[in-house]
Ligand binder design. Structure first.
Ligand SMILES: Cc1cc2nc3c(=O)[nH]c(=O)nc-3n(C[C@H](O)[C@H](O)[C@H](O)COP(=O)(O)OP(=O)(O)OC[C@H]3O[C@@H](n4cnc5c(N)ncnc54)[C@H](O)[C@@H]3O)c2cc1C
Length: 415
């Protein structure tokens, strides 16, 4: 016997939890299939896994009823960005124009977001099924078999089960995957000088190095993307040697690196699913696309997938829901947005990795020119904030007023 839902969500990462909350708030009968996981807010030291969240994504999370539960005392905010090139004199600093109120984005721990989403879900009639999806039911497009042999079906099945999505594989959707041969080393550091709520990134030939401001005015989350050889060397260094190498790679922009947390490393790849829809199965988030983290946009892309899907399929109605044309619209919309993001991140990664003199000169000249053109800087700024592109309604600046006024600022102060 199968249990029936309007919407069946597989995976309780941030896109899965957001899907469950958004659809339940819209009145759908939602089943969430996910192994039991930690739903408690983080405590103590800031965790290594943090994410840059754009204002557009914050509005999606607000519409899901979660943003208001994020512990802002643990979140960093940034109000400006600075990028520069190790291979040229090119440097670019940008901040939103005076008309924009609020930060450019937040640096939030993964578990802070997860806990906020669980709090939102606690108020909603979502059925939790504490299992893993094993595969798709044979011959069905929106029915799943669980790891204990149980069966569930939905009128809409959302695969939010990450980059190794079993549902994508079971549906026979091709996954174009390219490993960069790089790893991202992440750590939290304390620097002599205050970060001033600026997100900074230096492009090195071996890959980009980002310092993202945390709530403590002297603490940053760093993401150092580099080729596997350098990553192995960095992983093996003791803290003193790592702090020295990090400070040098960052041109000591924030003075001495005073302390470093333990480090973690993530292999980097770009990938995309050839289709986002198969019958009534729909891919969102990392099950649909993977992008280089240099622009901090992977999850932001996934949250906009979820918002776009909810908008395309509309309210649950009796009869033929979701309409196949609505799912096709979702697929066209989000495939082109994911492709645009992949081209940007991939293009930047390649451009800054090149060491030939003419290319380095061109990069320097390009950055200098952009810095002198206010319209170009505004465009870049809005793109980084997720305010550009074909945005779902609930992610737009104007539509957000009804949901949440300006999301609150983090603390950015030293305790
Ligand atoms: C170093 C690094 C830095 C990053 N920084 C940023 C950033 O600053 N900003 C940003 O926007 N993005 C960033 N990203 C990308 C971001 O982390 C991901 O895009 C995002 O977490 C993907 O969320 P998701 O919910 O789609 O997938 P996941 O987080 O992978 O969640 C998938 C969930 O599905 C579950 N699952 C898997 N299989 C099954 C199954 N068979 N049945 C049931 N459940 C299943 C998993 O347990 C998991 O809980 C970064 C990535 C890296 C590597």
């Amino acid at each position: 016997m199968s249990e029936h839902f309007d919407v069946l969500v597989a995976g309780a990462g941030i896109t899965g939890l957001t899907s469950a909350a958004l659809f339940a708030r819209a009145g759908a009968r939602v089943g969430l299939v996910a192994a039991l996981s930690d739903s408690e807010p983080p405590q103590g030291d800031i965790a290594l896994r943090t994410l840059a969240i754009t204002p557009a994504s914050a509005r999606v999370l607000a519409a899901a009823g979660a943003w208001q539960h994020v512990d802002m005392a643990r979140a960093g905010t940034f109000t400006a960005m600075e990028v520069w090139d190790a291979g040229s004199a090119g440097r670019l600093a940008f901040a939103p124009d005076a008309l924009h109120s609020g930060p450019m984005g937040w640096i939030v721990e993964y578990q802070n977001l997860v806990a906020a989403l669980h709090r939102a879900l606690a108020r909603l009639p979502v059925t939790r099924i504490a299992h893993q999806v094993h595969t798709l039911e044979r011959g069905a497009d929106a029915a799943v078999v669980l790891d204990d042999g149980g069966r569930l079906d939905g009128r809409l099945l959302i695969a939010a089960d990450g980059a190794d999505s079993r549902l994508r594989t079971a549906a026979g959707i091709t996954w174009e995957h390219h490993a960069y041969g790089q790893r991202a080393i992440v750590a939290n550091v304390v620097t002599r000088e205050a970060h001033g709520a600026v997100a900074r990134q230096r492009f090195l030939p071996s890959g980009p190095l980002a310092f993202l401001p945390l709530a403590d005015a002297h603490a940053c989350s760093i993401v150092w993307s580099c080729n596997d050889e350098l990553a192995t060397a960095l992983e093996q260094m003791d803290d003193t040697a790592f702090a020295a190498a990090l400070g040098e790679a960052f041109e000591h922009r924030l003075g001495t690196i005073e302390t470093v947390s333990p480090r973690a490393a993530f292999p980097l790849a770009r990938a995309h699913a050839e289709r986002l829809v198969a019958g009534r199965l729909v891919l969102v988030g990392d099950s649909a696309h993977l992008v280089h983290p240099l622009a901090g946009q992977g999850l932001n892309l996934g949250l906009l997938d979820v918002a776009a899907l909810a908008e395309c399929v509309g309210e649950v109605t009796p009869g033929r829901w979701p309409h196949p044309a609505a799912l096709r619209r979702y697929e066209r919309w989000r495939k082109s947005e994911a492709l645009a993001m992949t081209l940007v991140t991939d293009g930047l990664e390649r451009l800054f990795a090149r060491e030939e003199r003419p290319l380095r000169w061109l990069r320097g000249a390009g950055l200098a020119l952009t810095a002198r053109l206010p319209a170009a800087a505004t465009w870049l700024c809005e793109r980084a904030m997720g305010e550009r592109g074909d945005l779902p309604r609930i992610a737009r600046r104007d539509a957000a007023a009804a949901l949440v006024s300006d999301p609150p600022l983090g603390q950015n102060s030293r305790p």
